[in-house]
Design a binder for this molecule. Sequence first.
Ligand code: SOE
Length: 394
Amino acid sequence: MVNQDTPELGVGLVGYAFMGATHSHAWRTAPRFFDLPLRPRLAALAGRDRTAVRAAAERMGWAAVETDWRALIARDDVQLVDICTPGDTHAEIALAALEAGKHVLCEKPLANSVAEAEAMAAAAEKARERGLRAMVGFSYRRVPAVALARQMVAEGRLGTIRHVRAVYLQDWITDPEFPLTWRLRKERAGSGALGDIGAHIVDLTQFVTGQLITGVSGLTETFVRERPLPQAAAGLSATGGEERGEVTVDDAALFFGRLSGGALASFEATRFASGRKNAMRIEINGSLGSLAFDFESMNELLFHDETLPAREAGFRRILATEPTHPYAGAWWPPGHGLGYDHTFVHQAKDLVEAIAEERDAEPTFADGLRVQRVLAAVEASAADRSVWTPVPGA
Ligand code: SOE
């Protein structure tokens, strides 16, 4: 489907680990399945180690490499900078890219602090006047079943929302000997399970319900306080050495909150849910019905219609693979299902369309800032031993 007459959009990617690989795949694949107004070109990949970045570029299809992200931003053939680095570099790279007149896609969470996120949102707002788009990578919005859930809530199928129950459960650090990789260090990642996966369920709750979280009360815990220093790491796997270091982030975060429309919400984000690999689940109960989603069965959305007679009502499974479901029509025949990687392809597609159509690319940096404020409120509440903590601006 790639039309060679379509104008190009040069993409420059910073970082090539797990997220860099998902984004590379997305840039390559989006124009092959969606009829895009601009054709993404994998112009250049940046990473500090020349040999490693060259090998990654070769493997993932990038035309050139840079060993300094500043050089990547300065390239004339790069119009969009995609940031897939740990959180401690998001703000610096995004601000420089916007300043240089580039569109930006930044992995989640937007930043490591509210102050950084505020600066990024302000810069994005200014850059918007110059026609630049800045999007944050909350990719789960692009699961067809999740996008369908949002449509159904917006259409009033659930009536008044009373409850949201959201969890994100992983288990990749349950072993106390799992090394101290960057996601376990506050100075690199900002926070632990809270920012890494809790951010997703905060965004998802606000996205699906269309409501903001106005205040929270939270608890965080670090179960394993010391771990071996990593010798080698790839994606979420790593090997450790003899030396040990301190874990400076939360292993798990639990919190509850109120939504702007009056609903009550509870959240759990943990990397210690043994047996749960990537169980991101959300259930919403409203006056007219309920919806339930679990990423481990990501092609399905459960719907209970409360308006049906009791003898017929009950949760039924909608297989979100029909051409009439969001994104699904571009892929396989009904029932053939999509995976984790497709969410990133949909994200790339949506961003390219927003750039071409000169409209906001959601979730914007302002949306990312809203999530950051919720995370900060949870941390403040946990530090104060669970006092109610309002979320500023919501
Ligand atoms: C690790 O917890 C991680 O890779 C997250 O950083 C991603 O955002 C999530 O999609 C999968 O898990």
